[in-house]
Ligand binder design. Structure first.
Ligand code: GLN
Length: 231
């Protein structure tokens, strides 16, 4: 016979601000590719969720501590993270770029020697910066969110930021006074993350819903909403 079961409810964290994947509207709602996708997936898979935005690094730790069920935050699927996370279907290809203030003459990793750059705590951009810092001899200042990191570069405290290419390009297009000076490095895909071995049901729901969004064109529609055709 049929089994009745209560609809699942999850808590999901996202970054405080990481447009076009997540950002808060003036009205206080969270929108963006990740947020619109999550909403559509939850409708199709009949689950509800409470969104708990926090700094990316805090979100990563909250999943590991079991304080939230999952993280959807433009999170890169890396071999290192696969030790402690299970990831959903890869959904967006990204890479790390170096960006400087509009008027800066810094345009390569070599120019960073003896200087200080900005990176976001716990991000793959920060991990890339750490590797490059050894080779090119520069220092790193850490920030909890992307906006504060960009501002630090714009006011000239730090000479460059390391950020995900689609996010940096979007910020610049929206008026952030910076320019990208390197090709994307360390390419990887974004994925929805849950604590390893701890939330198979949620991961299954997410992937099932995501497959439907791809199938019926909703995923492309969401991406185009923020990035235009071909984004
Ligand atoms: N994609 C990067 C990472 O996974 C940055 C994510 C973010 O800052 N929200 O580390």
């Amino acid at each position: 016979g049929q089994t009745m079961h209560a609809a699942s409810h999850y808590t999901i964290t996202t970054d405080t601000t990481f447009p076009p994947f997540e950002f808060q509207t003036q009205g206080g709602d969270y929108r963006g590719i990740d947020m619109d996708m999550l909403k559509e997936i939850s409708k199709r898979e009949h689950f509800t969720y409470t969104l708990k935005p926090m700094s990316f690094n805090a979100g990563v730790q909250a999943v590991q501590a079991g304080q939230v069920d999952g993280i959807l935050a433009g999170m890169s699927i890396t071999d290192e993270r696969k030790q402690t996370f299970d990831f959903g279907t890869p959904y967006y290809k990204s890479g790390i770029v170096m960006a400087v203030a509009n008027k800066s003459k810094v345009d390569s990793l070599k120019d960073l020697k003896g200087k200080t750059v900005a990176a976001k705590t716990g991000s793959s951009g920060a991990m890339y910066a750490q590797r490059m810092a050894k080779k090119y001899d520069f220092k790193i200042t850490y920030f909890n969110d992307s906006n504060t990191m960009y501002n630090d570069v714009i006011i000239g405290n730090t000479v460059a930021a390391f950020e995900d290419q689609p996010v940096m390009a979007y910020a610049i297009q929206q008026g952030t006074k910076m320019k990208i000076v390197t090709d994307p490095a360390d390419g990887n895909w974004y994925g929805f993350g849950v604590k390893k071995g701890a939330n198979a049901a949620l991961l299954k729901d997410f992937n099932a819903g995501y497959a439907k969004l791809v199938e019926d064109g909703t995923y492309d529609k969401i991406v185009n909403r923020y990035l235009g055709e071909g984004g």
